[in-house]
Design a protein. Structure first.
Length: 347
C-alpha cells in the first residue's frame, strides 16, 4: 500500500485548521478511513478512573454510517476495564506502539494516539497485509494529531492546575445545552440519564475559605500547592462525565452531568467533606464553600453562574464550609443577593 505525500498533506491541513475536539476526532477518523479503506474504523478512548484504565467506544466509521460519542457524554456504563481486554490491546495501551492482529489476510490494526501515554486507540478492521508497510506514515499522521491536541490543551487548560479554564467552560456549556435539544439515537444515553428520576444538569461554584490569609501567612508557593492538591481532591471525587474548571484565583466551577436532585446535593456535600478532611502540608486544614443550582433548559451561562454565585455568597456570609442550593434559598425567602460593599474579608 502506498500513501502519497499529497494525500497525507491534505489530511494534515484539514486537521490543523480545526479547533473543536469533536470535529477534530471525526476529521481524523474520516482521513484514516479514506487513506486505508478498511472494512470499518472504530475509535476507543483510553480513560483512567480511580487509577484503573478503561476503554470506551467513541467512534464507528464505515461506508454507510458513522457514530461519534462526544467526551461529555461518556459514563462508566459505556466502559470496560482494560484488564478484561485481550493481551494485544493491553500491550498497545502500555507501550504506545501499534499492533497488527490477525492471520495476514484481513487483519485488525490498532493505532494509538499518545500524549505521551495512549489516550485514543484507532481500530482498523479488515485491512490488507500491505497496510502494515504504511504504519510509519500512519504513526506520523497520528503524531501530528497529538501535537495539535497539545496546542489545544495549552489554550483550554489552566497552567497551574491542568484543569479546564473559563473559556473552555463557555464552549462546553453551550454544547451541553445543545445536547438537550437533540433526541436522536446518538444522544440516547444522555437523555435516558436525564429522564431517570427527573435528573438535570447542575452547576456549582466552589471557593476556598480564607484563601487570602493562606497566601499572607504561608506565601504564594504554599497557596499554589493548596490549589494543586485541592484540584486533585475534587477530581477524584467527581465522576468521569462531570467537568471541573478553574475560573482563576481560588474559584472553581463544577458541571454535573444529568443527576437527580438528592444525588446532586450528596455529590457537592461529598466534595466539601473531602476537602475538610484533608491535611494540607504546612497549611493544615482548609475548607471550601459551595453554591450550586440546577441548569434550566434554555438558560444562558451568565444566568446560571449568577445563581450559583448568589448561593455561594450566602454560604460565605453564613458561616462558610457549607453547600447552599440557590432554589432552596429562594424557597425559604433567603434571597442570596450580594452585598454592595467590600467583600475582601468575606471571601
Amino acid at each position: 500500500m502506498r500513501i502519497t505525500a499529497k494525500a497525507m498533506l491534505d489530511i494534515v491541513l484539514n486537521l490543523t485548521r480545526l479547533r473543536d475536539r469533536d470535529a477534530l476526532e471525526l476529521g481524523l477518523a474520516a482521513g484514516l478511513y479514506g487513506l486505508v479503506r478498511p472494512q470499518r474504523l472504530s475509535g476507543w478512548r483510553v480513560v483512567e478512573q480511580q487509577g484503573e484504565k478503561h476503554l470506551a467506544q467513541c467512534l464507528q466509521f464505515d461506508e454507510e454510517s458513522q457514530l461519534h460519542v462526544p467526551e461529555i457524554q461518556l459514563d462508566m456504563d459505556q466502559m470496560q476495564p482494560l484488564q478484561h481486554w485481550p493481551a494485544a490491546w493491553r500491550e498497545v495501551c502500555e507501550s504506545g506502539l501499534p499492533q497488527c492482529i490477525g492471520d495476514g489476510q484481513d487483519d485488525t490494526l490498532l493505532l494509538p494516539v499518545c500524549l505521551p501515554h495512549p489516550i485514543l486507540l484507532i481500530q482498523l478492521h479488515g485491512v490488507a497485509a500491505a497496510t502494515q508497510q504504511a504504519i510509519p506514515e500512519l504513526q506520523g499522521l497520528l503524531q501530528v494529531y497529538a501535537n495539535h491536541l497539545r496546542m489545544l490543551d495549552y489554550a483550554e487548560k489552566d497552567t497551574l492546575t491542568g484543569l479546564l479554564n473559563r473559556k473552555t467552560f463557555e464552549t462546553h456549556f453551550n454544547k451541553l445545552l445543545a445536547l438537550e435539544s437533540i433526541s436522536d439515537e446518538k444522544n440516547q444515553r444522555f437523555h435516558q440519564r436525564k429522564r431517570h428520576d427527573g435528573a438535570a444538569l447542575w452547576l456549582a461554584e466552589i471557593d476556598i475559605d480564607f484563601f487570602k490569609s493562606i497566601n499572607d501567612r504561608f506565601g504564594h508557593l504554599y497557596g499554589d500547592e493548596v490549589l494543586l492538591l485541592l484540584s486533585g481532591i475534587l477530581k477524584r471525587q467527581l465522576r468521569l462525565q462531570d467537568n471541573l474548571y478553574r475560573f482563576g484565583g481560588e474559584e472553581f466551577v463544577v458541571v454535573l452531568s444529568p443527576t437527580p436532585d438528592d444525588d446532586a446535593q450528596r455529590v457537592f456535600e461529598r466534595l466539601r467533606q473531602a476537602v475538610q478532611e484533608h491535611v494540607f502540608p504546612q497549611v493544615g486544614k482548609v475548607t471550601v464553600s459551595i453554591g450550586y443550582t440546577r441548569i434550566q433548559a434554555g438558560a444562558d451561562a451568565s444566568t446560571v453562574l449568577g445563581a450559583a454565585d448568589g448561593a455561594l455568597y450566602y454560604a460565605k456570609q453564613h458561616g462558610r464550609n457549607q453547600c447552599c442550593n440557590y432554589a432552596t434559598l429562594l424557597q425559604q425567602h433567603l434571597t442570596p443577593e450580594k452585598h454592595q460593599g467590600n467583600d475582601a474579608e468575606l471571601f
